[in-house]
Design a protein. Sequence first.
Length: 160
Amino acid sequence: MEQWKTISDFPDYAVSNYGQVKRLTPYKTTYPGKILTPNICRGYEVVCLGENTLRRSVHRLVAEAFIPNPENLPQVNHKDLNKRNNADSNLEWVTAKQNRAHADSLGVHNKPYKAAKHIYPTGKTWIVRMQGKNYGTYKTIEQASIVRDTLLAEKELLCK
């Protein structure tokens, strides 16, 4: 059964345990009880709340309202890895390490590691780019790093 709780920081809004957010009071053209249509930001559903239209993640609103967090854990994990399934039964509070381990255990890697400066991922390859110019495409980040380091060393020699 769907349950609603008022959002503590935004008392004009309520969030449900199914992952919906609604306006409780009238505002401009929004009538009370109107379910907000979320936007998508980096795969997550977000809604704009308040007069200053502060953007908040729906999964975090649900977790704050319905899931106890006695250890004060910082992140909310989607158990099924579906970023749009914001039901309270699909969410849990975790540490960053636990969140990453959960994704790894299910074989999901958004970004295995952050690319080094001047190296950019393009699907299964890596591009070395400096000052708007591409210096080649490489199969591994290690190959791209060698080229990047060589280019930076040459640039440093030219500056001396």
